[in-house]
Each structure stands twice: as C-alpha cells, then as structure tokens.
Design a protein around this ligand. Structure first.
Ligand code: TEU
Length: 499
C-alpha cells in the first residue's frame, strides 16, 4: 500500500514554526532543530508552505523563484539537508507549488513578458478571491489580471512556456528528494481566454475548467516517474466535480474542505463523511481529513462559537468563542478525523490546541484584511509563531520581536508545558497518531442513538463520538478517549476509540 493513502501529514508554516537564527522569523534551522519533535509526534510527512523567495505580499504565495529558498529561511543546500535529515527520521517532505500566479517581482513579470500573463485594455467584472477588483493598471494604460493581490499576477496557462516551466519545477523538487507536491489554488489556473464577464448560469470563466485535467495528467506522469505524490488544494463545493481531479491518472489526493468547514453536528458530519467516501470510492483515491490549515480559523476557536462551521465570508473579528467547549470538541474531532479511512492533516499548533489569536489591527500582515476593506480580520490569527517553552513571548520560538505578536497568556500552550501532561492536547495527539495505525480498511456505521456517531473499521476498532446532550454507553474496552468517562459512559462532546 502506498504510504500517502493513510498518512498523517504535518503542515509547517515556515515563518511561524521555529526561529533558528534569532531574527523573529521561523527558518529551516528552526525546523531542523525540531525534527525529533516531529518524528516523536508520530507523523509521516511534512508539508511546507512556500519557502521560496517572495515579495511577502501574501505569506509566501507570491513566488519570485521556485528553485530557491528565501534567504530569510536559509539556503537551497540547507533545504536539501533538511529533506535528507527528515527522511532519516521517517519523515517525507512535501513542497508547495503555486501554478496560478507568480510574484510581480518574478523575472517574467519584471521583464514585461506580457504573453505569459493576462493583459487587457479594460477590466471585466471578476472579483478578487480576496475582495476588490482583480485588475491593476500599468503605465501604458493596460490592465493585468490577479485573482489574489496585485502582487500576484495570474499566469497564462495557454502558453507552452508556463506549462514547461512548472513541469521542470516539479522535477527540480523531486530530484531534491521531495516525496510530494501540494498544488495551490489548483482549480484556478486555466481561464477562458476571452476573459468573459462572469454571468450566472454561464460556464465559469476560471474555476474548474476542463483543460486543467490535461495539465494534471502530464504532472502525474512526472510524479509517477519519481514515485511522488500530487495533493490538490481544490475548493469545490461539488464532490463529484472534486473527484474528477482524483481519477487514477490525475492527482493522488486532495484536501477535504467539506469536512473542514462542517459544523459540529452529528448529522452534518455523517453526511460529510458519507459524501466524501462515496465520491472517492469510484476513483479509488483515499479520502483526507482536515480540521485546519493556515487559511482558516483555529479549530478550538471555531468549535467554541455559536456557529461552528467555517466560511471565509463569515469571518469577523470579535466573534465570541467558549474556548473550553471548543477545546473539548476539538479533542473529540481529532479522534474522529484520525479514525476515518484515509490520510489526515495536522496544521502546526493544532496539536497544541492553539486558539485563534486576534492580532491587533496595526500588526496585521495578511492582505485579505486590507483588501476586504478591513471587514475580514485576515488569516494571521492562525499563523502566530509557535510557543515552545517559557512563560512569556517569544515562548522559546526564537528572537524578538516575533514577526507577528504572540499573546501574553500562552504559557500553558507551550510544548514544554504540555509534554508529559496526561491531559494535554499534545499528549492526546501523540497517542492518537500512534494508535491510529491500528485502523485499516473500510468503515461501517454502527447503530447509535441520535446525535452519536459510531463506526467500526474493517481491521477492528471502533470510534464513537458523542455530539448528543447526554452521556452514552461505550461499546467495549476504551483504548483512547478525548475526555474521562463519566460513570463508565462517554461524556457529551467527547470521543473514544474502543477495542
Ligand atoms: O488559497 C487558495 C484559496 O483560494 C483560498 O484558501 C482563499 O483563501 C479563499 O478562496 C478566499 O476566498 C491558497 C493558499 O492556501 C493561500 O494561503 C493563498 O493566499 C492563496 O492560495 C493564494 O496563493
């Protein structure tokens, strides 16, 4: 069986993981020093958010050179070392590739290679993914397209050079030992070349275009020649459209955003799980289970709110969250996600139960905030430098000031504080990542009371999650639980793995 089909993949946001050189920014030296931590956590692979030289307009997703490491993080030679050292510890490396756009400082854009971008005499009616117009005017009066910020001009995928370049970049990283590639904004790169206005009921001019499949088929041939894995970031509401990207000659897997966005509700979760499994089965691709990433609200914060679903449109500063409740549910959700068939993703800090931190307005870096006219608080709140040790900022992260401020009350969240504490989130994640290996094969739902999810795996082993309002019986001997049993019963908002 291929490792990625049931892997646990840990997401590293390099700027905020660990700072090895004391400049307040995370770096490769910081990651290398913490590799033993990651190996002991029990994950199989590390996915790095972009670590390339960048103009810094969108957290590294504005790439200047796909074959280099940003000097703030280290060097290419050091990345190669890191990949090899990680592999020694059993950790594979996944790099992030951003085909939809480059930085406005990328040599192609700087050199005025207009044929490789989308220049037009006038804007159309499209809206940037981050709000506002996706068109910016240049000196000669023409406009270029950028679905994200103005510093991220969209590439013209009809041009053979754009295709050839990306295929070469894939080989470049596979040659350096990468085991896989995460494909950013994977449903956006191809546009209707007429760039028609967006009209309700007409085919979408840039989301999920059929031509994409041909591109990913040729990427798959390259990946297969290295035994590498392609992981798509596909934000598509329709599960059957989503699954088309996972046909046997296209991408290997994709992030499950339906599950990520699903509210804490038994029926809704069960539907999400069933829809996911049903969509993946015909294409024989493994499902993935994702609770959080660098773009969305931290899971303990989300689950402690009145509305426990996630949507970009609903993100607002100052939304109340009961963090004790959210943490309790996040613990149960982790056991749910890790018991399901397929791969699981853990976003750095999730294993520490970090809450979202509302960064003071004058320290916000995420362009989503400004482009939304200040309505959206942006994504910085889930990108705070990790707390490793100590009682005050920078909590063992590295130098000060850290690139984003850390809250003053995070001493109980540090790795040191949680290490060895039987009740900590970290202890739960370590145990769950170890014990989830007992599960394999398909899933069979059990007959459970309303509001309770229960399923058995083919390998044996059962997971029960109580989203009802009263404790429930546990069908067997508990192997791992997210909360202490109450009179031998599974408490509300708790989950257990049962032998
Ligand atoms: O995100 C792609 C993406 O489209 C969403 O996550 C986006 O935030 C949302 O649609 C807004 O409505 C990826 C990266 O994960 C994100 O960090 C980057 O900012 C973005 O691409 C641009 O590269």
């Amino acid at each position: 069986m291929s490792w990625w089909r049931d892997a646990a993949i840990y997401q590293i946001y390099p700027r905020s993981f660990a700072d090895g050189n004391g400049d307040g920014l995370g770096d490769l030296a910081g990651v290398r020093a913490r590799l033993p931590y990651l190996a002991a956590l029990g994950v199989d692979a590390l996915w790095f958010n972009p670590w390339y030289p960048s103009s810094g307009a969108d957290g590294g997703y504005d790439v200047i050179d796909y074959r280099e490491i940003d000097p703030v993080y280290g060097s290419l030679a050091e990345a190669e070392k890191l990949i090899a050292e990680a592999r020694e510890l059993g950790l594979r490396t996944i790099v992030d590739i951003v085909p939809n756009h480059v930085s406005h400082l990328h040599p192609w854009f700087v050199a005025g290679r207009r044929e490789l971008f989308w220049f037009r005499d006038r804007p159309n009616n499209w809206v940037s993914e981050f709000g506002g117009s996706p068109w910016t005017q240049v000196a000669d009066g023409s406009w270029y397209l950028h679905l994200f910020t103005a510093e991220q001009p969209d590439l013209n995928w009809d041009h053979p050079l754009v295709r050839a370049e990306h295929e070469d970049v894939l080989r470049f990283w596979f040659d350096r030992g990468a085991a896989g590639v995460r494909i950013d904004s994977a449903v956006l790169p191809v546009k209707d070349p007429a760039l028609p206005d967006l009209v309700d009921g007409e085919p979408h001019p840039y989301v999920d275009r059929d031509e994409l499949h041909d591109i990913y088929r040729s990427w798959r041939q390259i990946a297969d020649s290295y035994g590498g894995v392609l992981i798509g970031e596909l934000w598509l509401p329709d599960a059957s459209r989503f699954a088309r990207y996972l046909r046997p000659d296209e991408l290997h897997t994709a992030f499950n955003f339906d599950f990520l966005a699903c509210p804490w509700d038994a029926a809704r979760l069960r539907t999400s799980i069933d829809t996911t499994l049903a969509a993946h089965a015909p294409v024989d691709a493994p499902a993935t289970w994702v609770l959080s990433n660098h773009d969305v609200t931290r899971v303990v914060t989300r689950y402690g709110r009145e509305d426990t679903s996630f949507s970009f449109a609903a993100k607002r500063a100052g939304t109340f969250s009961d963090l004790a409740l959210g943490t309790r549910r996040a613990r149960a959700a982790a056991l749910l996600a890790m018991a399901l068939p397929g791969a699981v993703y853990v976003y750095q800090g999730e294993e520490l139960g970090l809450p979202e931190y509302e960064v003071p307005a004058d320290a916000i870096r995420d362009p989503m905030h400004a482009r939304s006219g200040g309505v959206d608080p942006g994504r910085d709140g889930c990108r705070i430098p990790l707390p490793w040790s100590g009682d005050e900022p920078p909590y063992g992260f590295g130098g000060t000031p850290t690139w984003l401020p850390q809250p003053s009350d995070w001493s109980s969240f540090t790795v040191d504080a949680q290490d060895g504490d039987p009740e900590s989130m970290l202890t739960l994640y370590r145990a769950a990542l170890r014990l989830r290996r007992r599960f394999s094969g398909g899933l069979r739902w059990l007959d459970t009371p309303d509001g309770v999810l229960g399923f058995a795996r083919e390998s044996g082993g059962t997971c029960v999650v109580n989203l009802s309002s009263a404790p429930v019986e546990v069908p067997g001997e508990v192997v791992l639980a997210s909360a202490p049993l109450v009179d031998g019963r599974l408490a509300v908002d708790a989950a257990a793995w049962v032998a």
